[in-house]
Ligand binder design. Structure first.
Ligand code: ADP
Ligand code: MG
Length: 378
């Protein structure tokens, strides 16, 4: 396969903010971009060269996309397997169906991580009430029940303190296949975003340290405030996983750091990731440009950090009661405002984010908290 030069046409399935930055970077580099999403007003659809309004399993639209595009990618992992297979038969697809299907299922993902030498949180598969009755001591309470498929931003998860609570949660989830995980006493959460090319070359971004609120990413700070043995280990483990699954494209791997320093694999995303947004403003090449480079078989970009940086997500909650005080950011040195042009603000919906570059990670994090307080009017 040859490289794709600027002027070629790329496609992305999914029109959210991750797709939007992919479009921005691809078009900046001179590529045309088609986006497929059921919502004509979705953030990436607004700026696509061609916006295909269709469901993710619409064979006709997928064929149009496959015909028109020299390479296709995804911005979220829950694209139906059949759709990926269809595209795979028509054009270059990155990532390939195998790593996407792995990331769609928490149980499979944990199995693969274990085979690749990573250490998932202690867990068991729960597919029936009998599994709950027979529960051994591999996982003790409190534990978190997670649906194996279709969870995101803390959705499809329930903390359980007793076997009865677990049985109730399982039936409330509709008795779908689940994973029960040990709840870890977290010292920190870190994530690694990397890109892997068709040729197996890898470029890893600096490790981010993340704080979640109610299951949704709140802040990231880079460099992570963790001993280098932990960040180096996370980085090495993410690379092992990428090679083991022969991933092609951007891959994000989330880890838990337990109080005793154990590094646990949490989950992976076969695409650019919210915790990698800082790369838009603070690294030589961003995670989104990296996705374009992979698809076009161009050399991977350099991932050096230009400045310590912190990021905060702006959720719809900020807009629900009153307008947030966004404009003061224009007067804040080193701060970058990103809004995704989503029409309606709903609680929990990601509307934008802010990054703040500073002399060191402690000041960057302090400043991002100050900015967030000012934005929310507290
Ligand atoms: N086993 C666990 N122990 C402690 N905290 C957890 C555990 N699982 C999830 N969490 C918390 O919930 C967040 C979201 O869970 P995650 O499994 O990453 O699901 P999602 O797909 O929604 O991102 C995590 O980032 C972490 O803060
Ligand atoms: Mg997660």
């Amino acid at each position: 396969m040859n490289t794709l030069a600027p002027g070629a046409t790329l496609g992305v399935i999914g029109g959210g903010q991750l797709g939007r930055y992919f479009v921005i970077k691809a078009r900046q580099l001179g590529y045309a971009v088609w986006v497929l999403d059921p919502d004509a007003t979705a953030p990436a659809m607004q700026i696509a060269n061609v916006a295909l309004v269709a469901n993710y399993d619409d064979a006709k639209a997928l064929s149009q996309l496959g015909d028109a595009c020299d390479a296709v990618t995804i911005e979220f992992e829950n694209v139906p397997a059949k759709s990926l297979q269809l595209l795979q038969s028509m054009t270059q697809l990155a990532p390939g169906p195998a790593s996407v299907e792995l990331a769609q299922d928490r149980m499979l993902e944990k199995q693969k991580a274990t085979e690749s030498g990573l250490l998932p949180v202690p867990h068991v598969s729960i597919t029936s009430q009998q599994d709950i009755t027979r529960l051994g001591s591999d996982v003790t309470f409190p534990a978190i029940l997670k649906t194996s498929r279709l969870g995101y931003d803390g959705k499809g998860q329930r903390t359980c303190n007793t076997r009865n609570e677990l049985a109730l949660a399982f039936s409330e989830f509709g008795a779908v296949p689940c994973v029960l995980e040990q709840q870890i006493d977290l010292a920190a959460e870190v994530s690694v975003v990397l890109a892997r090319g068709f040729d197996g070359s890898v470029a890893v971004f600096p490790v981010a340290q993340n704080v979640h609120r109610e299951g949704v990413l709140f802040t990231s700070v880079v460099p992570a405030m963790q001993p280098s043995i932990i960040t180096a280990n996370a980085s090495a483990q993410a690379q092992s996983l990428a090679h083991a699954i022969e991933h092609v494209g951007v891959l994000a791997v989330e880890f838990f750091v337990a109080q005793d320093g154990t590094l646990y694999f949490n989950e992976m995303a076969p695409r650019p990731h919210n915790s990698g947004h800082y790369t838009l403003d603070a690294t030589l090449c961003s995670q989104f440009e990296q996705q374009v480079r992979v698809m076009c078989r161009q050399p991977l970009g350099a991932t050096d950090l230009l400045s310590p940086v912190a990021m905060v997500n702006l959720l719809g909650d900020l807009w629900v009661k009153k307008s947030p005080n966004i404009e003061h950011l224009f007067g804040s040195r080193g701060c970058h405002l990103h809004l995704y042009e989503k029409a309606a603000a709903r609680a929990g919906r990601k509307m934008g984010h802010v990054t703040c570059l500073a002399g060191d990670n402690v000041s960057a994090l302090e400043r991002i908290h100050e900015q967030f307080e000012a934005i929310s009017g507290n």
